[in-house]
Design a protein around this ligand. Sequence first.
Ligand SMILES: [Fe+2]
Length: 294
Amino acid sequence: MPVSIRPLHPVFVGEVTGVDCRSPLGPAEVAAIEAGMNEHAVLVFRDQDITDDEQIAFTRHFGELESYATPGHIRKRADQRLGPGIADFSNLDKDGRIMSAEDRVWFFKLGDRLWHSDSSFRPAPAKYSILSGRIIPSCGANTEFADMRAAYDALDERTKAEILDLVCEHSLIYSREAIGFTDLTPEEIAAFRPVRQPLVRTHPVTGRKSLFLAAHAGAIVGWTIPEARIFLRDLMEHATQREFVYAHAWQRWDLVMWDNRSTMHRARRFDRSEVRDVRRTTLAGDAPTIEQPG
Ligand SMILES: [Fe+2]
């Protein structure tokens, strides 16, 4: 069956049919999905009852898995429920029980409910993320996406000129501080040292410009912190206007793939007494977006 993509939203997001993500893809299928990603930035595949290994294999069709010595979270390896190559975005502990509301891992996870782009706190931020819905709560728990190309295009020319060469500093410390979680160890603070990112990115394939924002952005190089924070907040508000946002209401076995270079996303609230089991594979970015100091 040929790969077919139908739009789910006026400015981005497509639903793919004709692909079984559990089986090896042919070059034509990979090319069709890549082309779909370049156009729509978010793709939804329904009814993919996939295993972790199959999800990893599917992801590898599009590049290298992201892998770092320093973690992008605070959960220790021994406390992790899943094997290497796949990240646990559930509310479960390593024994499969719902995490305590007092668990600092849970506090940390709540930061994912702020608008962000995955791994923008890394010098080479993520290319695609692929999230599989294994167990979906009965209510809420949507994932929302914002098209940062459309957000950039809608800026006035004066603002576009002003931001063209601006550089932001991104860190998990900033996004966690935003929800009042400041209880980080010296080791975590060292691991989450801020990195620099351009505020405007150009997509390597399409050449489209986008706003590169995230809750992880907490400073603009050469600006005072208050001026930077208020400007970033204004840009964030602009970029997440309803016309640029798609809300994905999960069905079990949905697989959703997004381009972190041209979108932001956020998780939405759900009843924490219910299980939410979603698992993410992540594709590494090609290279650092900008030179890092030191
Ligand atoms: Fe994320």
